[in-house]
Design a protein around this ligand. Structure first.
Ligand SMILES: N[C@@H](CCC(=O)N[C@@H](CS)C(=O)NCC(=O)O)C(=O)O
Length: 212
């Protein structure tokens, strides 16, 4: 059976994997993964059919050839890195690999996750109620995370890991797309991140996947 990726456009975690797949495709990988949309606006992620794939009712979810499932976005990406090693995005050398993973985790846990919560707190695309307390807490924490990313880019590199695309690029762009979806701009004062954003969005993978 062909693998299937269950996802939905514009949601950050599915988009991270969809960008990853598109980047790998442009590097020649033939993964033969069918992409299946689960309509979150209709609540399909909480229907029994999807809960049977992922008890958390979340996306993305990868159905393997043997019918089992991987339900965490980064675990899906690492699985595909191992399963299709030719042209994988991670560096092979251990120190470079450790640093690349560290950057990706830092961007997700200290920036992307907060940005997702912030968008929901100020202008939720899903119509969640505004939450000024959460918004204020995240506004206070945001400069440190944005400063970290701006500093990574300050040596003039074109992408987060250097000249080659990395998983961190997929993570950061999926978060920034969600902010655009919610009409929230947190990068206005960060020239390096803004320039990276413009560059990344020109990439064929980005053009193929991004909706906002
Ligand atoms: N840690 C999980 C988070 C998955 C997640 O929360 N996905 C969101 C979309 S970005 C979702 O499915 N939300 C729908 C819901 O929770 O009902 C991952 O990285 O895959």
């Amino acid at each position: 059976m062909m693998m299937k990726l269950y996802g939905v456009p514009a949601a950050p975690n599915p988009t991270k994997v969809m960008l990853y797949l598109a980047e790998r495709e442009t590097r020649g990988a033939q993964m033969d993964i069918e992409q299946v949309r689960v309509n979150t606006l209709k609540g399909e992620q909480n229907q029994p059919e999807h809960l049977a794939r992922n008890v958390f009712g979340a996306l993305p979810t990868l159905e393997l050839e043997d019918g089992r499932f991987i339900v965490e976005s980064l675990a899906i990406i690492y699985f595909l890195e191992d399963r299709f090693p030719e042209g994988a995005l991670q560096p092979v050398e251990p120190v470079a690999r450790g640093l690349a993973r560290d950057m990706e985790r830092t961007i997700e846990t200290r920036f992307a996750n907060n940005l997702g919560r912030y968008v929901h707190a100020v202008n939720s695309p899903l119509g969640l109620p505004k939450d000024p307390k959460i918004a204020g807490e995240i506004e206070a924490a945001m400069p440190k995370a944005l400063g970290y990313i701006e500093n990574v880019l300050s040596d003039g590199r074109s992408l987060l890991g250097g000249d080659d695309v990395s998983i961190a690029d997929c993570t950061l762009q999926s978060a920034l797309q969600f902010a655009r979806f919610g009409k929230v701009d947190v990068i206005a004062d960060y020239a390096g991140i803004r320039a990276w954003d413009e560059r990344y969005r020109q990439r064929p993978a980005a053009q193929a996947v991004l909706k906002f």
